[in-house]
Each structure stands twice: as C-alpha cells, then as structure tokens.
Design a protein around this ligand. Structure first.
Ligand SMILES: [Mn+2]
Length: 430
C-alpha cells in the first residue's frame, strides 16, 4: 500500500462502520439470487476481476465549445493526473490503468513515468494520438485534415506522430494505440468522399506496419464533430471495413456517444464481435449527441444491454476477444474524481446485472420464440440491485464501501488546492 494517496486506516475504519449493514444486505441478496440459481460469490469474483481504464484527460475539468470552468486543485500535468487516478483506483479498485494522450502527457523520461505510476498502483492502457489540433512549433497544420489531408507532408507528419505514440506506449508497457481522426468536411463538395478514405487507409496502413508484436490498433469511429457534414471514419461500417483491410491487429473501438441518436449500439457490439473486430469501448452517456456525460447517468438500461452482449461474447469468445475498456467523459460541472468513481460503479453494476441474467432461460426463450420470457429473462437481471456485490468486492480488494463519501471526507481536493498551481481560464473542448 506504500505510495497510496489516501490513508488506508481511514478507509478501514470507514468500512468497519458499514460492514454489518453491508453483510446483512449482501446475505439477503445472496439468498434471493440463490433461489434463482445464481451463485452470488461467483458474480462477486467476476466483478472483482473486472476493470476499466481511466483517461488521463478525464482527471481534469472538461469544457464545452463555449467555456471551461476549472476547479481549485485540478491536475495540470501527467504526474498530478496520475495521483488523481490513483485516488479513484484506491477507492474503487476497478480502475487500475490510465490511458494517456499525446502530446498532452509528454515527459522526458517514460521509464520513470512508468515507475511513478506503478508506485501509485497504476499501469498504462491504450495510448491515444492527437492529430485533431495543432501543437506549438508543429511544421504543418491539421486545418485541412491529418491522416486524410491532400498534402502528403501533412499526412506524413500525422503518421509519424502516431508512430511516436506507439514508441512511447512501448516504454510505458501499453499494447494498443487508439486512433481517432476528426478529419472530415463541413460542406458538400468540400472533399472527394472516396479519395479521402483512400488517403486514410494508406496512412493507417503505415501506422499499422509500425505496430510491435502483440500490439493492437484500435480504430475509433465518430459520426460528427468537429466535422459536421461528413467524417472520414463516421460509423462502425467504415471502421470495420478499414480494420478488415488493415489486418488482424486492427480492431474497432466503440465510443457510446459516437452514433446517431437512438442507434442500437448493443447490436453493433454483437456484429463487431461476430467478425472478431470488437477491440474496445469508450464508456460515457449522452442525451442528444456526443455529450460525454457520465456513464449510466442518462440511460443505464442501454449500458446494461451493451454488457449483456459483452457477457454473451465472453461466453462465446472469438479469436482475439479482449476488449479494452475505458471511461471517456468530459466532466464539465463535477469534481472529475467523483464522476469517475460514480462511473466506475455504474459500469460495474451494468456488468454485474448482465452476469445475473439467466442465460439458459434467455437462450431457451429465444429458441422457442417466446418473446415475453426472453424479455423477462433480461428484465430480471436489470431489476436486481447489485450494490452490495460491488461494495463487498471493492472492500475485499482494499477499496471503500462508499467511495464518494470517503473521498469527500479525505479532503483530497482541498489539500491539492493548496499545493497545485491554478489552472488558467482556458476555453473549449479539451
Ligand atoms: Mn472516445
């Protein structure tokens, strides 16, 4: 526990105060599940083994196109971001890895950064490249696109940046690079829609060929924004076609917010899995578009249905099924640590509810075309309050019964507000 940001004693006494009530609730739920033929301990073991990565950028306040309102004690560099992610991990025990973003998280010594993270109980997940904004001193601008730019020198610069990210990731112990490009258009006629995809595929193939052994390239699609008329990799269809053309190390990453409203995302999950191309997830929630709201805050049922497909996929794995799970949210109005704690809980709950579904009953109903019983098999899982399972799994791993309450009691943010330099009044999406 050395190097952990919060006091282990404080967590222990917090848990001790709640243990009797939690045991009572857990045992009661265990009896109820037992009558349904579900072993609560087996569900708890699976939940304990589940994890989701934190985005380094998620530890700071996000912003909108209009403004960003920072809070005192926000992290301003990767070292402070790691500290805050370690707080989330220490309390939730479900977020042991951080997904870094370059060039935002650049440092001089990545071996030292890896050690620094390990001392905090953290590892590194997929590295994220950034060719959607220009950096100071950069020779070529991405104003007309990056991997798909008509100018070969711009494309070469974007490819080189992705290869540099892979090299950094190798030093950090990562085994995947996530490639999202905002390239696209705002006007009909602005660009040759076929030609821009050709250029994307050519650039992506150069990145693909730089992947080390055992690495994956995760292609993240997004319907719109920053381009509003067309985006080059706009949907899962474009994504899987590109991944299939690139080769077996290329897989698709599903960001829950990157689809048209009301799209059946759980079906996309099943489709991608069917073809061995389900590479990873970015969890968030939305009401209108790519809102980047907290996971499960708007539509927890959809999150459950996605996990229902993931549990089906776990039971029937295809070659290479090892999805990289990550939270990808913009925390505009909350303390980011509290949002990540709440989101980890929501994601874990969706997984636990999916595990509780009586698969035999579900499959039998599907085979018999018994519509109502198939629906009810899912509904019974969704209705179950799995809070005691998550809490006990967390406590047994050293985490806290009530993560947000303990975080507030710890005074972490107030302390950091004294120690860390203030974030400037920045603007816009970060
Ligand atoms: Mn994303």
């Amino acid at each position: 526990m050395n190097g952990q940001p919060l006091s282990a004693d404080q967590i222990e006494s917090h848990n001790a105060e709640r243990m009797e009530a939690l045991r009572d609730e857990y045992d009661s739920l265990g009896r109820a599940l037992g009558r349904r033929g579900v072993d609560i301990e087996a569900v708890k073991d699976k939940v304990a083994a589940f994890s989701v990565a934190l985005p380094s950028w998620g530890s700071g306040r996000g912003g909108t196109r209009f403004a960003k309102f920072p809070i005192a004690g926000e992290p301003t560099n990767i070292h402070e971001k790691l500290e805050d992610c370690a707080v989330v991990q220490q309390l939730s025990r479900m977020t042991p890895r951080v997904s870094p973003h370059f060039p935002w998280d650049k440092v001089a010594d990545y071996a030292a950064l890896r050690q620094e993270a390990a001392a905090l109980g953290l590892g590194f997940d997929a590295v994220n490249s950034n060719t959607f904004q220009d950096q100071p001193g950069q020779p070529h601008s991405y104003r007309n696109g990056s991997l798909t730019a008509t100018d070969a020198a711009v494309r070469a610069q974007a490819v080189q940046h992705n290869i540099e990210c892979i090299e950094i990731g190798r030093q950090l112990g990562s085994t995947a690079v996530t490639v999202w490009v905002g390239d696209g258009t705002n006007f009909p006629g602005q660009q040759d829609l076929g030609g821009s995809l050709d250029r994307y595929l050519d650039s992506a193939a150069q990145i693909y060929s730089a992947l080390p052994e055992g690495w994956r390239m995760l292609l993240e699609h997004k319907m719109y924004e920053p381009a509003f008329y067309s985006t080059v990799i706009s949907d899962w269809g474009s994504s899987i076609l590109a991944a299939q053309q690139l080769g077996p190390k290329a897989q698709c990453l599903v960001d829950l917010g990157h689809h048209a409203p009301n799209v059946n995302i759980e079906q996309i999950v099943a489709r991608l899995h069917r073809f061995g191309k389900l590479g990873g997830f970015h969890f968030n929630d939305s009401k209108y578009g790519d809102d980047d709201l907290d996971s499960g805050s708007i539509n927890p049922h959809q999150l459950f249905l996605v996990f229902n497909e993931l549990v089906e996929a776990e039971a029937n794995p295809r070659d290479g099924f090892d999805p990289a799970y990550m939270i990808d949210q913009s925390h505009n109005v909350t303390d980011p640590i509290e949002s990540m704690l709440s989101s980890a809980e929501a994601i874990g709950a969706a997984y636990a509810k999916a595990l509780i579904v009586d698969r035999a009953a579900l499959h039998a109903a599907q085979f018999d075309n018994d519509v109502m019983m198939g629906f009810q098999a899912l509904r019974r899982g969704y209705r179950t309050d799995v809070t005691p399972i998550l809490a006990l799994a967390r406590i047994e791993a050293g985490g806290a019964a009530d993560t947000i309450q303990l975080y507030r009691q710890s005074g972490w943010r107030e302390r950091k507000a004294q120690e860390r330099r203030a974030v400037g009044l920045g603007a816009g999406i970060v």
